[in-house]
Design a protein around this ligand. Structure first.
Ligand SMILES: [Fe+2]
Ligand SMILES: [Fe+2]
Length: 471
């Protein structure tokens, strides 16, 4: 279905066919723009940014590129086409026709699921709002703003569902999504990782690599929902999300490459002496953001997760394609748990382990990227390798929270943890050092000293293309 850009709110859901809904969303629209102007990207709102905009939801060729001022970006409502034969992929209703309307018994649960996903979208825009001021290149600045406008669009996607399917409650939730603020003591965002500051570009790259990738897996699980409008909107969001992940993966890779180059250039092998970020510091950022992102999947053993799966509200990653058995009943999942001060294996009913099942898919995906990073390190001629810590390391949610594990996932005492903490996680001094490198580079094609140039530009353009045209 092609997207109608003639209306005030671009959409492919025949919004003009439901005047009440259209009016309600048109009322929310100026509030969204106020929010964007208040806590969206600091500065650059009058500049022309080379952005992509969705023109259809067909696979391939859905994006159109051109210079746009961010506040003029055409945020809209785009759902993938409905498959009239689609059935509920998993749980107790597997095989029955999907729901086009919210089933009454699941109304509150479904609303909670949608609000929790929705809340992450504006949160990340708020977290990243200062980064334009210190972009290492115009190419990077453009990528940042592309991610930001698309997270804004993802908020639209979720708000549409709330308005269209949850009546007054949904409209109230949509208003609240613009009222919470990342990191605010009184009205914080719902999930912890989305209240963490994002003060430097190494954090931004780790965030888009690890935290946006959690988003990919959450959206993937919701793309397997029996509530069809949710599944269809998430499938299209996933196509946009892929770019955010590549910004993160390639960003970290460029910092790694540059780090090796500067280490080699220094007579003492000290990248910092050359104005770069040393490899052990990059590893600490990886440890921190990987662990924070693992928390987002929720507890390893969870009756909520079992309920969501049983009800058919969420599936596993690729539930319909990769699994043949969709009830997940009478099966168990083997999991390491802490009992009497040591690690031991437990058999957990599979439905209760669904958060962990999704987390494992995520972890395998992260491992694939780490392999590519290590190939880049090899290519630069160093023996240093980066790695992911154990999924038990530095957790604040779930069954490992409250225990101290080293990077390998062995239980250690809190004294040993305190002693080694600074060798694993960013210290204040590390953060201050990385922050000290953050200066804007505004000449097209030039890069900050601490990061290697990308291999290619955006949409076939040169790296030195004018991705941001200052007003
Ligand atoms: Fe998003
Ligand atoms: Fe994203």
């Amino acid at each position: 279905m092609s997207i109608n850009y003639d209306e005030q709110i671009p959409n492919n859901v025949n919004l003009s066919g439901d005047k009440r809904l259209q009016r309600a969303l048109e009322k929310w629209q100026p509030a969204f723009l106020d929010w964007w102007n208040d806590v969206g990207p600091m500065g650059f709102q009058k500049d022309d940014i080379y952005l992509r905009t969705a023109v259809s939801t067909e696979p391939g060729g859905w994006a159109q590129f051109g210079h746009v001022k961010m506040p003029d970006y055409r945020w809209g409502i785009f759902l993938e086409d409905a498959d009239p034969n689609r059935t509920i992929p998993g749980g107790d209703h597997a095989g029955q026709p999907v729901w086009q309307e919210v089933p009454g018994e699941y109304r509150n649960t479904l609303r909670r699921i949608i609000v929790t996903q929705a809340d992450t979208e504006p949160a990340s825009v708020e977290q990243q709002r200062w980064l334009g001021q210190t972009a290492p290149s115009m190419y990077d600045m453009r990528n940042l703003f592309q991610v930001n406008v698309e997270e804004g669009r993802h908020l639209w996607a979720m708000v549409y569902l709330l308005h269209a399917h949850f009546g007054k409650d949904g409209r109230d939730e949509a208003d609240d999504l613009l009222a919470r603020r990342s990191g605010d003591a009184d009205k914080p965002r719902i999930l912890d990782a989305f209240n963490q500051p994002c003060p430097d570009w190494l954090t931004f790259f780790c965030f888009t690599m690890f935290t946006d990738r959690d988003g990919k897996y959450q959206l993937g699980a919701l793309a397997e929902s029996g509530f069809d409008p949710l599944a269809r909107t998430c499938r299209f969001m996933l196509t946009e999300e892929a770019h955010h992940l590549s910004v993160g993966e390639l960003g970290v890779e460029r910092v790694l490459r540059r780090s090796v180059q500067l280490t080699k250039a220094d007579k003492n092998g000290d990248a910092r002496a050359q104005g770069g970020i040393d490899l052990p510091t990059i590893q600490k950022w990886i440890n921190y953001w990987y662990s924070y992102s693992l928390d987002l999947f929720g507890s390893e053993i969870s009756s909520n997760a079992a309920d969501f799966f049983g009800a058919g509200l969420k599936g596993r990653w690729n539930e319909s394609k990769d699994f043949t058995e969709h009830s997940a009943l009478n099966q168990h999942y083997t999991m390491a748990v802490v009992r009497n001060g040591s690690l031991t294996e437990d058999q957990v009913p599979l439905r209760n382990a669904m958060n962990e099942v999704l987390r494992q898919s995520y972890m395998a995906d992260c491992e694939r990227v780490v392999k590519r990073w290590n190939r880049a390190l090899e290519d630069e001629g160093t023996d240093f390798r980066v790695s992911l810590p154990s999924s038990r390391f530095f957790r604040r949610q779930g069954i490992y929270a409250g225990h101290d594990f080293n990077r390998e996932g062995d239980l250690i005492g809190s004294e040993a943890w305190q002693k080694q903490r600074e060798s694993w996680l960013p210290s204040d001094a590390d953060r201050a050092y990385v922050a000290s490198l953050m200066h804007a580079v505004t000449e097209p094609g030039k890069m900050a000293h601490w990061i290697a140039p990308p291999r290619k530009g955006i949409n076939g353009q040169d790296i030195a293309f004018e991705y941001v045209r200052r007003a």
